[in-house]
Write a new protein. Sequence first.
Length: 302
Amino acid sequence: MTEPLTVARVFTAWRLEPVALLLVAVVVIGYFWAVRRLSEPWPVSRSAAMLAAAATHLLVTQSFIGVYGHTLFWVRAVAVITTLMITPLLFALSAPLTLLLRTAPAPFAESLRRIGHSTAARVVTFPLLVTVALAVPLVLLYLTPLYGWTLRNPAADEPLLLVIAGCGFVYYWTRLRVDPTPREDPHVVSFAISLVEAIVDGAIGLVVWFGPLIAADYYEALHRAWGPDLRLDQVIGAGVLWIGGDLAGLPFVVALMVRWMRAAKQEADSVDAELDAADESPASGLWWENDPVLRERFTKPG
């Protein structure tokens, strides 16, 4: 795109990307078709999250972000951060796996459950591996020749975005646990992983900020006579990767806090119910055997 990017162009520069549009249409139509098949109500918040996820992907591919993504480094950084940290978060909040398990044919749903309970699934979703999966796309894209190759091969854009979104979804799926997951790690582990992820974002941002120009030969060949020069363009992009990545992670921290408080309340309600039941029944045995928490902790198996 040789036309200068102005404030007006931010709102008026659009393009049709058929592959991305078709993919979003298939996912959204399939999702709401499954919702209609449910025999019980489906939370509106989950449906809204699905629509928001679809909207963010359309913005990345069809709006000025897609139009100028091959011209300005910082615009492409916006696309990458959105695809890695915003779209998959919204998609995970829409609980697609739960919906699939409830509406898929019984044999297929049972196969998915067996896979989800397998040792391999537990290993793949180990917190350390999930954290690496979130960091790998940024490392490979900006610290290897992959970035320049994708610029020269526009057909790789949608597959690249799908891989990035997939890595982000695995991260948010296993950390938020809106859908069933192979592991039940404590929520405090998720907060620790969020801290590590913020550190990794900062490190990559600093490397891009102060490092050599990325794909300089490609951008120089554009002979762009408007906007920031190559160094400033990359500095702005580094800020997007660093600060934008941290800001994009804030909704996840909020959602994680909400999930943690709900889990704590459910556990407290369960303990209170057991204590109430114990108070109503005649006591027998040692005093600690009538306390549900202490009984579970000190009673020997078998």
